[in-house]
Design a protein around this ligand. Structure first.
Ligand code: ZN
Length: 235
């Protein structure tokens, strides 16, 4: 099994997508994105990528038959498979990419969880799907939380309208929230063991190594690329 959160370098896209932009949906040249995705597959040693046109919902796409060519499904924010050598790719610019791995089945999932995903608890819902579909025991599932918007930068001035009251426990100062800890809480509630949850705890808005929507808004019109978190079972 391999799970990685890719930095934004070593691609071919030009500004403001420089350079490893992996999204076809942000205005970048499609030929560049295809080459960037090819480089990711080469680097990770996988043949095929499954991704989604993400919509900040809570739907999970589960592979029912062999995925033998790159596939981008529409309208999902989580991906799940037990197929080997298939990379599940989440595209992100501040949102969290959360990966799940059941070593016994084996099976994997990749989850896109921005604040709307956190509110809908897509992490808990996807974990429950993995448990039901693959007879996974939550006590053996491993989780990884990617670099994403940190508590230093996660300001939400409308949180009283947008967030459930339980999120107030994770308010670190007025209007700032720790979504890494919210995700950990959702994984623990789904039955995972604390020692099986790893978080990068790197803020994408602070680090120039990653695309960041918040940073792009601070510096201009918000137009930027998308990094990716990928998980794959290797044969
Ligand atoms: Zn920050």
């Amino acid at each position: 099994m391999i799970t990685v959160s890719l930095k934004r370098f070593k691609g071919v896209s030009v500004s403001p997508y420089d350079s490893l932009n992996l999204s076809y949906s942000v205005g970048d040249d499609a030929v560049s994105v295809t080459e960037n995705r090819r480089r990711v597959k080469e680097q990770l040693g996988i043949r095929t990528l499954l991704s989604a046109r993400q919509v900040h919902g809570d739907s999970c796409y589960i592979t029912r038959k062999l995925v033998s060519a790159d596939l981008e499904v529409n309208g999902y924010d989580a991906l799940m498979t037990d197929q080997s050598d298939l990379g599940l790719m989440i595209q992100q610019a501040d949102c969290q990419g959360v990966t799940l791995y059941d070593p016994d089945c084996p099976a994997i999932a990749a989850i896109h969880s921005g604040w709307q995903g956190s509110v809908q608890n897509i992490i808990g819902k996807t974990t429950e799907k993995m448990i039901a579909l693959y007879n996974s025991s939550p006590g053996r599932i491993r989780a990884h939380i990617s670099p994403s918007l940190g508590p230093c930068c996660a300001e939400f001035v409308n949180h009283s309208l947008e967030f459930p009251p339980a999120f107030l426990d994770f308010q670190v100062k007025k209007n700032y929230f720790d979504f890494w800890q919210i995700s950990r809480m959702q994984l623990l509630q789904a039955g995972l063991r604390d020692e099986h949850i790893k978080a990068a705890e790197l803020c994408t808005s602070c680090s120039p190594d990653y695309f960041s929507y918040r940073r792009a808004c601070r510096e201009g019109d918000g137009c930027t690329g998308r990094c990716a978190t990928v998980i794959a079972l290797l044969s």
